[in-house]
Design a binder for this molecule. Structure first.
Ligand SMILES: [Cu+2]
Length: 321
């Protein structure tokens, strides 16, 4: 019995101060930004709770199996009921579930509350690639879109082939208010480092937000099985300093035939129903081995059956875990 107590104490001590050691169990990507950090902490809290529950169940079970093994059985106990135990193993799990539900609800509320400040980005998924638009930089019906970039990751590109993917350039430290839809079948925008995963559904506009607190290229991919080249639907979120972002927008505006800086700011939060659909050329460009350069997509126009407007912005405070 003393050995069991020592083991239980050692486990409790290690889990109590171990959050920094197991911030990303299972090789989870490092989080950047408030949303990703919140989700990572929520995951770690739930992981520690479930690990403790497993230990509380498994360690006594192992001890009992050893203590009362077949060649060590004395006279069996004769009691059949214990009210205290019944109450404990009903109330304690219920409280644990309520705590997890409470923390999860706070996290979901935080993620679903669009920040007041930030830039708007629209994402359109299609078989098999992505288009990203910047409505704040668009003007007079001319849409400013994200360019393509070559994947530098040797694990994702075949030898001797350049794989082109769309690169969503965003400023560091600024909330990105994302509206997502799809042109054909259901896809999902998934950028694990940024804590973003949201379905892209034809005829519907989903919304969420994220923020990159450190510059870098964050790999994203489609997370909804959508067809034969689903596994090729990568994209990048490229977080750059604000000055570089401003220069990027000026370049993209010039490429779209606009002046480098807006003459008149269009109303922000423009719905995707006014956005053109990706052209077949763009779809082909997203496939591995293609070197087709991207151009501004043309008709047909996506006409979602349901237009979901972005809710009025509120300032949210992240819950404390
Ligand atoms: Cu997919």
């Amino acid at each position: 019995m003393r050995a069991f107590l020592l083991l239980a104490f050692a486990f409790a001590s290690s889990t109590a101060g171990a959050e920094s050691l197991i911030m990303h169990p299972g090789g989870f990507p490092s989080p950047t930004g408030e949303v990703a950090t919140l989700l990572s902490h929520l995951y770690n809290v739930i992981f520690l709770i479930t690990a403790a529950v497993m230990a509380i169940v498994a360690l006594p079970l192992g001890y009992i199996l050893w203590r009362y093994r077949s060649n060590n059985v004395g006279k069996p106990a004769t009691f059949s009921h214990h009210m205290g135990l019944e109450v404990a193993w009903t109330v304690i799990p219920a409280l644990i579930c309520l705590f997890i539900a409470w923390e999860s609800w706070h996290a979901m509320k935080f993620i679903r509350t669009m920040p007041q400040e930030g830039i708007n980005v629209e994402a359109v998924a299609y078989q098999f690639g992505w288009d990203f638009y910047y409505p704040d930089a668009s003007e007079n019906g001319v849409h400013v879109s994200a360019p393509e970039a070559t994947i530098p990751d040797a694990h994702l590109s075949s030898a001797g082939e350049d794989r082109l993917v769309k690169e969503l350039v965003v400023p560091v430290g600024t909330p990105i208010k994302l509206q997502v839809t799809a042109a054909d079948v259901i896809h999902a925008f998934y950028a694990p480092n940024l804590g973003v995963k949201i379905d892209a559904i034809p005829g519907r506009i989903n919304y969420t937000w994220f923020q990159a607190d450190a510059p870098g290229k964050y790999l994203g991919q489609c997370a909804e099985l959508c067809g034969s080249a689903h596994g090729e639907m990568f994209f990048y979120v490229h977080a750059v300093p604000q000055a570089d972002y401003d220069a990027f927008i000026a370049t993209q505006r010039t490429a779209a035939g606009l002046t480098p800086t807006p003459m008149q700011q269009e109303e922000t939060g423009e719905l995707l129903s006014t956005q053109p659909a990706p052209s077949p050329a763009n779809a082909a460009a997203a496939l591995p081995g293609s070197t087709t350069s991207s151009s501004a997509p043309s008709t047909p126009v996506i006409a979602p059956a349901v237009n979901v407007a972005v809710p009025s912005p509120e300032t949210a405070t992240p819950p404390v875990l």
